[in-house]
Design a binder for this molecule. Structure first.
Ligand SMILES: O=C(O)CCC(=O)C(=O)O
Ligand SMILES: [Fe+2]
Length: 330
């Protein structure tokens, strides 16, 4: 099989893989990341964060105990079952789309920064985005507890519950419609049909942008407008799922006893709108001007802190291009 070379000649993806992405609008690439080397530091980082948060919440009377003796998954599940705290919100690497508080929880850490800038991941991204790569700031860590634990709680929060059908281009501002942003979805633990892996509609990126209707699940494409049959995409840690910005996708409910833990990252060519200009993107790779590359986790953290401060000082509500009373949404 002929290997496809990216701009500097590294041979990460085959012609077949590239063709699959172009035709189907998604691609699974296995063994991009080493779970032990690349993912375990993220797991340890979150265990430490949960430990710190549980102590704070317990001291503030929001929790009966710290549950220090429990392993991470059981501890998180217990805390979300017992309290009204949306712990997933404290784990995310972004800010909410509505009003931001000065102390709005967000989590930025060195292990996350290392993962977002992982050279093997960027090699794969380079095959589609080119050698001048911006880390788009629309990015999330989703640690979803078993659905039964959160029934009746946390509304339809997208960090906690299943995600409805959408195209990533539909949920950003229209000024970024021409930006060829690539979504990279990667599991931290195994993503299965039982614990809520992603589903895609193969080839749906070729049908253009579908209307999205605001509702309980956020902005979603009505089922009758889906471009075909859904295919679940179970994934092992180390693998990544690449999505075209117009590929219709959703996630299943977590019907398991464990968490559904993933990162979704986005990358695009430098110099084009991100669709979230109020959040900080950064140069992750530049063959033309390597001096532009952000290499310091501290600087990345500083950019997000500054964005939070700016956003907290003004009223804010993100507007989408469709409204609930549009005829198509009736
Ligand atoms: O992980 C999920 O549930 C949804 C992810 C998603 O929509 C995305 O990565 O664009
Ligand atoms: Fe998405």
């Amino acid at each position: 099989m002929r290997m496809v070379t990216n701009f500097l000649g590294s041979t990460m993806l085959t012609t077949d893989q590239q063709q699959h992405f172009l035709k189907q609008g998604f691609l699974v690439v296995e063994n991009v990341l080493d779970p032990q080397r690349d993912l375990a530091p993220v797991i340890d980082d979150y265990a430490a964060l949960l430990d710190q948060l549980a102590s704070e919440w317990c001291a503030a009377g929001r929790l009966r105990a710290t549950y220090r003796e429990l392993p991470f998954v059981e501890r998180l599940t217990k805390i979300m079952a017992e309290s009204a705290i949306n712990v997933s919100r404290y784990f995310d690497i972004s800010l909410p789309d509505n009003q931001v508080a000065a102390d709005e929880p967000m989590h930025l850490s060195e292990p996350l920064f290392k993962l977002i800038t992982n050279p093997r991941l960027l090699d794969v991204v380079e095959c589609f985005v080119g050698p001048e790569i911006l880390s788009n700031p629309v990015q999330h860590v989703r640690i979803k507890p078993p659905e039964q634990v959160v029934s009746g709680k946390f509304d339809q929060n997208f960090l906690v519950r299943k995600t409805g059908w959408h195209q990533d281009q539909g949920v950003i501002r229209s000024e970024a419609d021409e930006t060829p942003t690539l979504t990279v979805w990667l599991p931290i633990n195994e993503a299965t049909t039982e614990n809520g892996c992603l589903c895609v509609v193969p080839g749906s990126h070729r049908a253009g942008l579908a209307p999205h209707c605001p509702g309980d699940d956020g902005l979603t494409i009505p089922d009758r407008l889906l471009a075909g049959e859904a295919t679940p995409v179970p994934l092992k840690p180390g693998s990544v799922l690449l999505l075209h910005r117009l590929t219709q996708h959703a996630s299943l409910s977590n019907r398991s006893q464990t968490v559904r833990w993933s990162l979704d990252l986005r990358y695009q060519p430098i110099g084009l709108p991100t669709g979230r200009e109020e959040y900080p993107g950064f140069v992750a790779r530049s063959r033309a001007n390597p001096a532009l590359v952000l290499t310091s986790f501290k600087q990345w953290e500083e950019l997000w802190r500054a964005a939070r401060e700016r956003l907290a000082s003004a009223p804010r509500r993100l507007k989408h291009r469709w409204s609930a009373d549009a005829p198509i949404c009736a």
